[in-house]
Design a protein around this ligand. Structure first.
Ligand SMILES: [Zn+2]
Ligand SMILES: [Zn+2]
Length: 401
């Protein structure tokens, strides 16, 4: 997450999880509420480059801001960390090794933008230009204006975000891909029988499982976790496995992509919480119940990619449990439009708590949770709900009891 979160972020993932955590505490069920920032994206590396800083310094500052914002709304985390920790690195490498050695990760060649000036590939948001559909600003693989997915090779007047020039050509580069087709039957059974997603999302999730293909999990950049070539190759040799060894030189300048290690962060945070003592496993093995809270834009990562990783990375050491339930929120709209950081629409948490007490926000956002459909924040409604329901009805009720 980039910068201070807004109330839409609070409604979309953090508040539902926190309310569930408080409920479990109330009924005396042992539970942990783990959360943190996924910090390996290209925007952070770009910012570090622009400001000539270490990306770690920027991620520490940003993550601190996010944590403080949620704590100002009295969010009761068991732990709030980020995905660039040694705990998460270890968990990521454990899972990568298992997935690679069982044949679920394989190499493919991609044609990618390459800056001749900077002598490097330009993944994701390292390139910008004119959208071929609407003429708006296309960044990486998506247009900011019309929202359509685009191929970087279709973007007009492609510009390198490092040097700002157009000296770009397309070159082949090898990357690693995760096979998302291996467990389609298991995933469909899980969705049908375990009911892990809200009814209104079920059809889309089954469709996504059907459509899933391979997905690239590495990038030509420096910021991120290195690929554990040595330990993988060692195991292939020791166990005489029938998968190709990784080319150490080739993968030296590549890292794992943010969306590979981001969901692994849930386990990384748990390992961090327990200082890596084996106790973390009881929250992730077959006896555990794992409940997630996400916004609908993150659905495919939690219903196709992450469950595939959990199934594929299970071994005799730990058999991971699939998600028991996922709260998937629709959007909280802002006065009939979308919250937007770039367009500065909506209320950011640091501003919100300057004007009203945390409990006003917690009450109103909890009431407006976009659980089955988008809901709309309006100042008028906020004032009337806080005055009439929270202060009069609930306030009187609490005073009388
Ligand atoms: Zn467009
Ligand atoms: Zn360049």
């Amino acid at each position: 997450m980039h910068g201070v979160p807004h109330l839409g972020n609070f409604a979309g993932s953090v508040l539902p999880a926190e309310l569930y955590h408080r409920y479990l505490d109330l009924v005396g069920k042992e539970n942990e509420f783990v959360c943190g920032g996924d910090v390996h994206g290209t925007p952070l590396e770009l910012e570090a480059m622009e400001r000539d800083k270490d990306p770690r310094e920027i991620k520490d500052k940003q993550n601190k801001k996010v944590k403080e914002a949620y704590e100002s709304l009295n969010v009761d985390f068991s732990i709030f960390s980020d995905t660039h920790s040694d705990y998460n690195r270890k968990q990521t490498h454990d899972m990568f090794e298992e997935l690679y050695c069982t044949g679920l990760i394989h190499e493919k060649t991609q044609n990618m933008a390459y800056c001749i000036n900077d002598e490097r590939f330009l993944p994701d948001r390292y390139v910008e230009g004119e959208c071929p559909h609407c003429g708006g600003l296309a960044r990486g693989d998506q247009c900011d204006d019309c929202g359509k997915l685009v191929q970087p090779s279709e973007i007009k007047n492609l510009e390198c975000q490092i040097c700002g020039e157009n000296n770009i050509e397309f070159r082949d580069t090898d990357h690693l891909f995760l096979d998302l087709t291996a467990y389609k039957d298991e995933l469909k059974d899980w969705v049908e029988n375990e009911e892990p997603v809200p009814e209104n999302m079920k059809e889309q999730v089954l469709h996504d499982i059907d459509e899933a293909e391979d997905r690239s999990i590495t990038r030509d950049q420096n910021w991120g976790f290195e690929i554990p070539v040595e330990r993988v190759n060692q195991r292939i040799e020791e166990e005489n496995l029938e998968v190709d060894k990784l080319d150490a030189e080739k993968y030296d300048n590549k890292v794992l992509y943010v969306w590979f290690d981001a969901p692994i962060g849930y386990i990384g945070f748990t390992r961090e919480l327990y200082d890596d003592k084996d106790k973390w496993k009881k929250h992730w093995n077959q006896d555990a119940e794992t409940v997630y809270s996400i916004g609908k834009d993150n659905t495919i990562f939690h219903t196709v990619i992450w469950p595939t990783m959990l199934l594929g990375a299970s071994n005799e050491d730990i058999e991971y449990s699939l998600p028991s339930y996922e709260f998937i929120q629709q959007y909280l709209m802002w006065e009939e439009g979308a919250f937007s950081k770039s367009r500065n629409r909506g209320v950011f948490i640091d501003e919100a708590v300057k004007h009203y007490p945390a409990d006003y926000w917690r009450f109103y956002i909890a009431k407006m949770l976009p659980t089955n459909h988008d809901t709309n924040f309006s100042w008028k409604d906020f004032e009337s709900e806080v005055n009439n329901v929270l202060n009069d009805t609930v306030g009187n009720f609490v005073n009388r009891t």
